[in-house]
Design a protein around this ligand. Structure first.
Ligand code: HEC
Length: 174
């Protein structure tokens, strides 16, 4: 019993002192293109927010026989109901940060125009719309959710009009 403990101690002493954080380990990293980020993060989160217009999140039931800890729909999960709407709204505001980090491409290979003032402004509209939806969700008022959802979908659409809706894929993000 004692021997393995000793070994661990000796091994520990051989390790270098804790490595200080450096740019290589702490820098933000891009893992996907803009289209997939939209499909994987903004799209599902916004659907949770949009759903609260018609379906009262307080009435959303967990799925019988399914473990809420394993739910694929945040609304029916352990952190479901209005809390799921709040969380989705916050994630949308946080996603604004991901839309601004350098080094990401659009699906056509062009860089996301993070230095273009119009891009920055439209990202800010998304950020604000997310926080607005968060406040509406906190009020648990579905009329407020209808307004907040309008503002949110307008923020998505404004950017899509300018950067996505192009007859040719090659012209996106230009
Ligand atoms: C600041 C600009 C911007 C904002 C804000 C924005 N998008 Fe996008 N979105 C784009 C661009 C540009 C593309 C195309 C990306 C590409 O081709 O790589 C896109 C693509 C998408 C796609 C993929 C569509 C497809 O057919 O593959 C979805 C889904 C999407 N966005 C949803 C949303 C939703 C929902 C919101 C709002 C909550 C939103 N987007 C906000 C710029 C934006």
């Amino acid at each position: 019993m004692i021997v393995p403990v000793m070994l661990v101690v000796v091994f520990d002493l051989c390790l270098p002192a804790q490595t200080p954080p450096n740019a290589a380990t702490t820098a933000m990293q891009v893992h996907t293109d803009l289209n997939r980020l939209m499909r994987g993060l903004l799209y599902p989160a916004s659907n949770v927010v949009f759903s609260a217009q018609n379906d009262n999140p307080a009435d959303v039931k967990r799925i019988p026989g399914r473990d809420p800890a394993m739910a694929t729909d945040p609304l029916t999960s352990t952190f479901g109901g209005w809390q799921a709407v709040e969380n989705a709204a916050l994630v949308l505001s946080e996603s604004a940060n991901l839309l601004l980090i350098p080094g990401r491409n659009c699906a056509n290979g062009l860089p996301v125009p993070v230095n273009n003032p119009d891009w920055v402004k439209l990202v800010q509209e998304l950020r604000d719309a997310g926080m607005n939806a968060y406040q509406a969700a906190q009020s648990k008022n579905q009329d407020k959710m209808v307004e907040a959802a309008d503002t949110l979908s307008a923020a998505c659409a404004a950017c899509h009009r300018k950067w996505r809706e192009k007859p040719r894929l090659a012209d996106r993000c230009k």
